[in-house]
Design a protein around this ligand. Structure first.
Ligand SMILES: C[S@@+](CC[C@H](N)C(=O)[O-])C[C@H]1O[C@@H](n2cnc3c(N)ncnc32)[C@H](O)[C@@H]1O
Length: 277
């Protein structure tokens, strides 16, 4: 693989940070998932984007995010597999970053999976996956897009069917969008969702001990927190309920214990999943 002349935009760098944490987890004998490509992203990132901090080496910010990312990854793995078992024929990862679920999860026949992220991120991702000879276990389309703009035409042009139930995942994105950008994105998700479609994303609370508040208090995290625009804040579940979705809340500390991990790292935040009626 040759070096790219492009550099990763600020938000794109966060995808490398998450891959670093997934690589750490994948090395554990008691891992909650195995991402066989995460380390390859870390190594390629070090070679081509040396200016991007290594999340695995950052003992302060990386340590705060580790438990969150690990439980989040496992929870969304299960959410997506349950959604396709319940009849969703399409999976859309909005802000897929360096997520390798298309490659590492076992998908039923016929599932089509669409990944959307910024062009620089997907270009890097495709090059690393090609160098690793990675083969997806489903039909996969990677679609370069700025999710603050109108991305629905790109998705439809890539073969997305709005009459087929879809499992949407919005993992680690909303906080990087303004309130208007986040509601526009979720409005588009609703418009493209046939009955039985599902959506999931992180559920933040206003708890002063929550992850976002603790990261904000950390001076070494200022490069990251300046990228945060708030998204829907704590309003995500209520917004979904008001816009045609039946919601369910999932508490991250409870999930951590179910997965055999400590609840100590978590406050009352977690995830929302929702079904389109
Ligand atoms: C924290 S990472 C999460 C990536 C992935 N979901 C995961 O958990 O590994 C945030 C991702 O959001 C993407 N992102 C942020 N703003 C975006 C935008 N306006 N359009 C497309 N992608 C965006 C970044 O490129 C990055 O891949």
């Amino acid at each position: 693989m040759t070096a790219s002349s492009e550099s990763l935009p600020g938000v794109g760098r966060t995808a490398l940070g998450v891959a670093g944490l997934r690589a750490m987890e994948s090395r554990r004998p008691d891992r909650l998932f195995d991402d066989p490509y995460a380390q390859a992203f870390v190594e390629a990132g070090r070679a081509f984007f040396p200016e991007v901090p290594d999340s695995a080496k950052d003992k302060s910010v990386g340590a705060l995010f580790y438990a969150h990312v690990v439980v989040r990854t496992r929870f969304y793995d299960e959410y997506l597999l349950r959604a396709v078992a319940a009849g969703c024929e399409q999976v859309v990862l909005l802000a897929s970053g360096l997520d390798t679920r298309a490659f590492r999860l076992t998908w039923p026949d016929g599932v089509r999976l669409f990944e959307l992220d910024l062009p620089e991120v997907l270009e890097f991702k495709e090059r690393v996956l090609a160098a690793e000879s990675a083969a997806p276990g489903c039909v996969r389309e990677a679609i370069p897009a700025d999710l603050r703009e109108d991305w629905s035409a790109l998705l439809l042009a890539a073969g997305f069917r709005y009459d087929a139930p879809t499992a949407w995942l919005v993992e680690g994105l909303l906080i990087y969008l303004s309130h208007d950008e986040a509601t526009r994105l979720l409005t588009t998700v609703g418009e493209l969702s046939a009955p039985g479609s599902r959506v999931s994303f992180e559920r933040r609370t206003n708890n002063r001990n929550g992850l976002a508040a603790r990261v904000r208090a950390m001076p070494s995290a200022s490069g990251l927190t300046t990228l945060w625009k708030g998204g829907l804040g704590s309003e995500g579940p209520a917004w979904l309920a008001e816009h045609g979705w039946q919601t369910e809340l999932h508490v991250q500390s409870v999930l951590a214990v179910e997965y055999g991990r400590s609840a100590a790292e978590f406050s009352d935040g977690g995830f929302v999943t929702a079904v389109r009626s």
